[in-house]
Design a protein around this ligand. Structure first.
Ligand code: GSH
Length: 261
């Protein structure tokens, strides 16, 4: 068995994406929570970005290249499809996920007024991080401000369309999400699961599962509910890397876990 370690924080969408790829491939791995302030656990990499994936003696960065690396080393259950054409198509939609779907979440937080809603959300996220790598109280208290001033988020948003508000971006991304699912059964209208499903799934269920939202609204749309059930078959009950006690709303979908070894 190769020794696989995933370094990161469970509040990072890119880290959750890589975890779901590992679950799909049925590769056991150790999740090493990283303290986002001190980054002690990834000091050996000489940089601060997560996810970091270590396989045996080698480590690499960046969620999409990590998925390509996983396919290279463990070709069963491919994440990038089975042909050059499908790989190209998957990478194009994956770029949309990274640059629009995920960025839209960061933009909503970045542009939000510093009100109760934002603070409650940010403190909950700080608690989740702190449950895995304890943070000093002052740091947890400052999480709402820290989220709005994190340099990597500012950098990410500089690359996004600045003429669009966060609300406009959310609406656009919602419509594009529906288009990318198309007729299914998996994202990009693919017959088999791919990187796309594992990049999207943990982001759509995160807020609900950790109790930031009371309803999983997306599951009210029959096509999305069916897709969630299809993808959940390949996931453990808690695919989010957060400790089980932080799960407020377990997913109640028909086929949980049935395909997990
Ligand atoms: N393109 C990268 C983006 C990763 C990324 O933005 N990670 C954030 C957490 S969500 C991070 O590590 N930020 C801290 C830093 O870059 O120093 C990927 O797909 O993995």
């Amino acid at each position: 068995m190769t020794d696989i370690k995933l370094y990161g924080y469970s509040t990072s969408p890119y880290v959750r994406k890589v975890a779901c790829c590992l679950y799909y491939k049925q590769l056991s791995f150790e999740f090493v929570p990283v303290n986002p302030v001190e980054n002690t656990q990834i000091r050996f990499t000489g940089q601060t970005q997560v996810p970091v994936l270590q396989i045996g003696e080698e480590w690499r960065l960046d969620s999409t290249p990590l998925a390509l690396w996983l396919d290279e080393l463990f070709p069963d259950r491919p994440l990038l499809g089975r042909t050059t054409e499908s790989r190209k198509e998957i990478l194009a939609v994956d770029k949309w996920i990274s640059e629009s779907l995920i960025v839209s979440g960061f933009k909503s937080v970045y542009e939000a007024p510093m009100n109760t809603r934002l603070r409650v959300m940010a403190w909950r996220l700080a608690n989740i991080v702190s449950s895995q790598t304890p943070l000093p109280e002052e740091v947890r208290n400052a999480w709402p401000q820290l989220l709005q001033s994190a340099p990597f988020i500012k950098h990410m948003l500089r690359c996004a369309d600045t003429t669009e508000t966060a609300a406009e971006m959310r609406d656009r991304v919602g419509l594009e999400l529906i288009q990318h699912l198309g007729g299914g059964p998996f994202f990009g209208e693919r017959a088999e699961p791919s990187l796309l499903d594992f990049a999207i799934f943990p982001q759509l269920v995160f807020a609900y599962m950790v109790g930031l939202e009371d309803e999983l609204f997306i599951a009210q749309v029959p096509e999305f509910r069916a897709w969630l059930e299809r993808v959940f078959q390949f996931m453990p009950n808690n695919p989010l890397l957060v400790p089980d006690f932080m799960i407020v709303n377990p997913l109640e979908l028909a086929t949980a876990n049935s395909a997990v070894a």
